[in-house]
Design a binder for this molecule. Structure first.
Ligand SMILES: NC(=O)c1ccc[n+]([C@@H]2O[C@H](COP(=O)([O-])OP(=O)(O)OC[C@H]3O[C@@H](n4cnc5c(N)ncnc54)[C@H](O)[C@@H]3O)[C@@H](O)[C@H]2O)c1
Ligand SMILES: [Zn+2]
Ligand SMILES: [Zn+2]
Length: 386
């Protein structure tokens, strides 16, 4: 089959690799109809997380079941499915508690949590390819209505829609709450969409990319909420949010940027977004950190950050009594309900899609997405191996 293969930082190729097959009784093989490029894919792409050469990339996958192993009985050949990016066993202590993001059995390295085509998440190939092997298929796969309707909405169910939603869950967004979201990348935009659906009364989205901020302004239109875009290249963001909330600050803050947070000139400051959030979230408010931070980052901008030590203003966070939730999103916790919101027309996460291309165009799409080229917000790849 054809697949997007990682060779070295900034070097990918679309090439022929072995077809995945059913290896264990509980496996399924999916024919991929859509696989997205994610901001997380840029970590290995830029060499900021070490990935083994030869790995097939892609953890945002959906498609049609091509084959199932003899132990699979819920999922059938021909089913249309979404594949959560967390690859989980379904029976360990964390999985049974609903924390598939920290499965204790799926990652042979011993680190809790496994995934497809990603550093330190196990040996599993990704789905930016014609086919994908899915272990523990009955547990992991989410059924979708058959056909092709809502393809570019449903494709957000494998990761970023649940991840944005998880950010708002950790930040305890509820009806009437005020919310500040840092990062207007796909995850931040999904957090804004989720905050609106959850009934927030006021949502700010901060970034320095004008094209992404324009999308942020639409994130609440489904429910009639006007989202306020804050351009960090032009404004003092803390002042803008404090002024916009009559000096109170917001109830809830979502971090959707991660360890490569930078100023408008591109200079990285690993703690800047966390510091900003500690300032704008009111005392006893809540913070959801879904942007990724790494235990090791040899290319980090500060010495401590090379070892995962991000020196943010924890003193003020403590004094204000903020709660802080972090981590990978346990996609299965939310994906059924978010699917049904799409089917019922309440959510339409596809508003962020900027490009839909064939697998052969993946190398160029990665380059443009990595450069944050104007208008490259979310790229969907269609392998189309019918
Ligand atoms: N927790 C999870 O389960 C999970 C899942 C998916 C992605 N992620 C992570 O979420 C983060 C965002 O993902 P994405 O796909 O949206 O990535 P992205 O890189 O496309 O978006 C990040 C955005 O942050 C903006 N930004 C950078 N510095 C900023 C600052 N100081 N203030 C405001 N905005 C700033 C950038 O301009 C960019 O638009 C990444 O760290 C990604 O790895 C986490
Ligand atoms: Zn992703
Ligand atoms: Zn498990």
């Amino acid at each position: 089959m054809k697949a997007v293969v990682f060779k070295a930082p900034y070097e990918l190729s679309v090439e022929e690799v072995a077809d995945p097959r059913v290896e264990e009784p509980l496996d399924a093989v999916i024919r991929i109809t859509t696989a997205n490029i994610c901001g997380s894919d840029l970590h290995p792409y830029e060499g900021r997380a070490e990935l083994e050469p030869g790995m097939v990339l892609g953890h945002e996958n959906m498609g049609v079941v091509e084959e199932v192993g003899p132990g699979v009985n819920r999922i059938k050949k021909g089913d249309r499915v979404s594949v959560p990016f967390n690859l989980a066993c379904g029976t360990c202590r964390n999985c049974t508690a609903g924390w598939t993001s920290a499965c204790l059995r799926a990652n042979p390295s011993g680190q809790p949590g496994a995934g497809y085509g990603y550093p330190n998440m196990g040996p599993y190939w990704g789905g930016q390819a014609e086919y994908l092997r899915v272990p523990w298929a009955d547990f992991n796969l989410l059924h979708l209505p058959e056909g092709t309707e809502h393809e570019s909405d449903f494709t957000m169910l494998s990761d970023i829609f649940p991840t944005g939603y998880h950010g708002t869950e950790l930040a305890q967004v509820a009806p009437g709450k005020t919310v500040a979201i840092f990062g207007a990348g796909p995850v931040g935009l999904m957090a804004a969409h989720s905050a609106a659906i959850r009934g927030a009364s006021q949502v700010f989205v901060v970034d320095h990319q004008p094209d992404r901020l324009r999308l942020a302004e639409q994130a609440g239109s489904k429910v009639g909420l006007e989202v306020t875009a804050v351009n960090a290249a032009e404004t003092d963001v803390v002042e803008a949010i404090m002024d916009g909330t009559d000096g109170f600050g917001v109830d809830c803050g979502v971090e959707a940027v991660g360890y490569q947070a930078h100023d408008a000139s591109g200079q990285e400051h690993p703690a800047m977004v966390l510091d900003n959030l500690v300032q704008v979230v009111r005392a006893t408010g809540h913070l959801g950190v879904v942007g990724v931070y790494m235990p090791e980052d040899p290319d980090a901008a500060t010495e401590p950050a090379k070892e995962g030590r991000v020196a943010f203003d924890f003193g003020s966070a403590f004094t204000k009594g903020l709660s802080i939730g972090t981590g990978q999103c346990p996609v299965k916790r939310y994906n059924q309900e978010l699917r049904d919101l799409i089917i019922r027309g309440v959510a339409s996460p596809s508003f962020i899609v900027s490009h839909e291309v064939a697998l052969d165009e993946a190398v160029d799409a990665y380059k443009k997405f990595d450069e944050r080229a104007d208008g490259y917000t979310k790229v969907l790849l269609h392998p189309d191996a019918a």
